[in-house]
Design a protein around this ligand. Sequence first.
Ligand SMILES: [Zn+2]
Length: 167
Amino acid sequence: MSTQGLTYVYKNEELSIEAFKEYRLNKGVVCKKCGSKHHYWLMSKLQFQCVDCRFRTTLRSGTVLQGSKLPYSYFFIAINLLSKQGNRLTLDEFQKHTGHKYYEPLWEFLNKLKINLDESERGLILSTYSDILSKHFRLGLIIDNTFPLVTERQLLPEVDLERVAAR
Ligand SMILES: [Zn+2]
């Protein structure tokens, strides 16, 4: 598959959100207020809620995506390209793959990823995405030849308070 074709696999925002959530859970989400590691996942708000004190942590906070408003899919598009091309990846090329109009937010975004995520971290992130992708295939939520044309909302049932297993 061409690089452009592979990028397509990462362009699904719903899967990207789920994969990013999973990636964070694997790293461990710690409550800033009470230090607890047990959280609920609030799907509609994209926040973790502490089981012990109810304090909320947004999906981006405390991560390389803090402060960014760009889609989660850009994160996986970038990591996929970085894992193939390393830090030689240019802003032009990243922009081409995302189709995003403006340079500036992309520039900051890409630099942060280049600086903060090393090769093994990039591998971990991509394998998390691929786990989520295969889970969706297994559950029949995506059918091969329609992916990724399935609309975002069809992919996941709206679960407002999904219990996140304590790790
Ligand atoms: Zn707490």
